[in-house]
Ligand binder design. Sequence first.
Ligand SMILES: [Zn+2]
Length: 459
Amino acid sequence: MHIEFFGAAGEVTGSCHVLRVGGKTVLLDCGLIQGSRKDEARNRGPFPFDAERVDAVVLSHAHLDHCGRLPLLVRRGFRGPIFAHQASCELATILLADAAKLEERDAEYLTRKLKKKVKPLFTLAQGEQVIRQMRGVKYRERIEVVPGVSVRFRDAGHILGSCAVEVWVQEDSVEKKIVFSGDLGQYDTPILKDPEPIDSADAVLMESTYGNRRHRERDATVEEIGEIIARAGSHKGNILIPAFAIGRTQEVLYQLGRHFDEWGLDRFKIFLDSPMAIETSKVYWEYPHLYDEEATRLRQENGGMPLLPNLNLSRSSEDSMAINRISSGAIVIAGSGMCNGGRIVHHLKHNLGNERHQVIIVGYQAYGSLGRKLVDGHETVRIHGMHVPVKAQVHTVGGLSAHGDQDDLARWYECMENRPPVYLVHGESDSQQAFAEYLHDRNGAKVHQPAPGDRLELL
Ligand SMILES: [Zn+2]
């Protein structure tokens, strides 16, 4: 029995690892590669396994870089069950439908432009087939996914329904326990509970997105957002917040609601300009039993979460285009989180060229993405084939990240008293290198940085 590292080995997106036990094949995640067009082209490449012979998938959470190649797996013949937390099943339904529509639209555009048939990476029908194969699981419920492999989901505190997965594998009366971290959240994240402690493992596959970083204190970040909003008020500009539809959007809304009076938010019109984020926010609403104490209290006290009386939900594209006519006093929360597509792109095109406006980056930006170019201070960026000067002020506020930092990651690992060997995944190489040294110095932990195709023998 062994694990082969396939996706998110030595990089951040495309999470996918292949577990082979007693003739069975189980995938841990099957995520999309995201970033530059060149990187994303790799999504169309072959899998290093036969999709028809995969017996089951265990999905850590609903982000596309973890579930976004499932429709492709289905297209290539996978018909087994996909185990995920119940909330992940609902969120994945929304995300995959949205991604499929974008794929279909892109393919149509390219077909016209190149004058030859371009197929979408996957279709809406294939996304729907994925949902039919999903099995909703609760936290802390141990279930057998195939003979010889059972799993238990633990709260990873990253987004609603996110899981670190305990995996027990058995072959020839030998049992080993692997822990797959999925994506780990920060401790004390609003709305969500903290990452749940896991007491032991024989080996850990661990994310390392921010293994080389310490986030600012969340409170300082929230304070900074308050200051940016105050400044925008006095400059009479707009504020654009690119946000992932799951997680960051809900936290931004939560923070705006909590500080509504303090930040003088009644001076602004707030837009949630994303049909998808409107839908995912509804799912957050339906799972109050997964909230932390403060969110539970606020929901009970207000009969709802902190209220934003001036929140506008922009569903149609006409609603979205209408926002472009506002030259000041708008706060626009829109996707995609890395500015690679979605409605945030046309807002950036309209606002980047004017120094009165502000952009607040609240999430991770992969190399090659438009968001990363803004973070890295490019003076001009290319949008819809045009060179757009970046005169607006770009603020990167790291403290709201959905990912734990070096200390959060170490704290989660150190719950495992036997200090098992670690296999770092889901991180760029400098981040992994720094985290490997940090973890080794603190705990004497054996830390590996597997490359794609490397194997971890479990027997
Ligand atoms: Zn994630």
